[in-house]
Design a protein around this ligand. Structure first.
Ligand SMILES: *Cc1c(COP(=O)(O)O)cnc(C)c1O
Length: 428
């Protein structure tokens, strides 16, 4: 009763609360599996921090050139250890995930080289990096060509198409782990490993980069454990644990990562420069928390899938599928339902809970987009957030939650708003 009253005070009525509890009764084993992955990954992070003797001097701020920055250099060793790579570049000077990916691509492709995506069209923002959409300073402008092989209708790899697409110019292969805003399934690390092995059997010596956004710590292994030469991501998603206020990472072979460092700073300078400006405690502590934060977000995604699936909405992945990223899509069937869902997520937030999300014409999209987020770090999508373009099938993409309990409240409040508007009905 006490709990029910607390939820009622937060805006979730008894019927929605009890429906949620009944769903949760059936998810115990799933949640245990999520916790086991988090426990393993917590060990991995701790072992790396201990091995590299993380200590208070690592948290000191540096300014200016940042030569001999102990904290920065140690953090990069820790990341390299967690991802089982020779090297890592982890910097606040990498402004976001797209920037990290752009650095990794442009550092490892030269004029005349070709980039191949064997998993279809990459994430929206990469279209301009590559030059699929005309853009200043794209790889295309620098004489790097691009080829892609679409997935099969069932969302699988087109093995023969990939073999045929690899040619004498192919230099780098980019694989996006998460579906992003596409409707294809997210790949498991195991599937990515099979794809990398195939590609390297066709042309040994090729470099493979994996866009690891939203995938970190969802499994016990990462793409770099299965042959990727680089794994790349954003620190305001999974590995920043919600504490990193900016940043990106590239973990990989010494050969690839050193080129990334020269591209990020300047030829000749590389990894030696880049002051930390006092930001490192958040990077270390965020990485330390990341495995459990990701576990909370995963539980939220699994809960949302089951809550909405049983009400008759299509959810991707479905309620029982295994998870390879933290994103949950829910097809809500109408713009009104998207609004109600996002209103619930917003109302559950610790920050800006009083705001009312409205669709707006976001640059780069051909339809209005609605977004709900009340985050401590602007734009952080490891914090509870939901968004989607206002067009059929009216899907919202739901992700994040720094704690499982916050994710749970957000989902229950979204449900309450749908019930209030008569856009969903609880089973009898
Ligand atoms: C978020 C994301 C990106 C880009 O990251 P930003 O930090 O938004 O620039 C790239 N790829 C995927 C799959 C993503 O989810």
């Amino acid at each position: 009763m006490q709990m029910e009253n607390m939820y009622a005070a937060l805006g979730v009525g008894p019927a929605a609360y009890r429906y949620g509890e009944a769903i949760l009764d059936g998810l115990k084993e799933r949640f245990e599996a999520v916790d086991a992955v988090a426990e393993y990954n917590q060990g991995k992070v701790l072992a790396a921090m201990q091995k590299h003797r993380v200590s208070a001097p690592c948290f000191a701020a540096t300014t200016g050139y940042g030569y001999d920055d102990l904290g920065r250099d140690t953090l990069e060793k820790v990341y390299a250890d967690v991802f089982h790579t020779e090297a890592a570049l982890v910097r606040p000077q990498i402004t976001c995930g797209t920037h990290a990916l752009a650095v990794a691509l442009s550092a490892n492709l030269l004029p005349g080289d070709e980039l191949l995506s064997p998993v279809g069209r990459p994430y929206d923002t990469l279209e301009e990096v590559i030059g699929i959409r005309e853009s200043k300073c794209s790889l295309k402008e620098y004489g790097v060509s691009y080829r892609e092989v679409a997935l099969t209708e069932g969302g699988g790899f087109d093995w023969e198409g990939i073999r045929a697409a690899i040619n004498e110019r192919t230099k780098l292969v980019t694989i996006q782990r998460s579906k992003g805003y596409a409707t294809r399934p997210t790949f498991s690390v195991g599937q990515i490993g099979e794809l990398i092995a195939f590609i390297k059997s066709v042309k040994p010596g090729l470099n493979v980069m994996v866009d690891n956004c939203y995938g970190e710590f969802v499994e016990t292994i990462e793409p770099t454990d299965v042959g990727a030469d680089m794994a790349v991501g954003s620190l305001i998603k999974n590995p920043g644990g919600g504490l990193a206020p900016i940043g990106g990472y590239i973990c990989g072979t010494e050969a690839c990562v050193s080129r990334c460092a020269y591209r990020l700073s300047a030829p000749g300078l590389g990894q030696e420069v880049g002051a930390n400006l006092g930001i490192l405690p958040a990077f270390y502590q965020g990485l330390f928390l990341a495995p459990t934060v990701v576990a909370g977000a995963l539980k939220g995604a699994i809960f949302a899938a089951n809550v909405y699936e049983k009400l008759g909405f299509k959810v991707v992945p479905d309620g029982s599928e295994s998870r390879h990223d933290i994103i949950q899509a829910v097809e809500l069937k109408s713009p009104e339902a998207m609004r109600a869902f996002c209103h619930g997520i917003q109302a559950a937030a610790p920050v800006d809970s009083f705001a009312m999300p409205e669709p707006w014409p976001m640059p780069g999209y051909d339809s209005d987009v609605i977004m709900a987020a009340g985050a401590f770090v602007q734009g952080s999508s490891i914090e509870l957030s939901a968004d989607g373009p206002i067009r059929p099938p009216y899907a919202v993409y739901f992700q994040g939650g720094l704690t499982w309990y916050h994710a749970k409240l957000g989902i229950l409040l979204s449900l309450q708003k749908l019930l209030d508007a008569g856009l969903a009905k609880l089973p009898e």
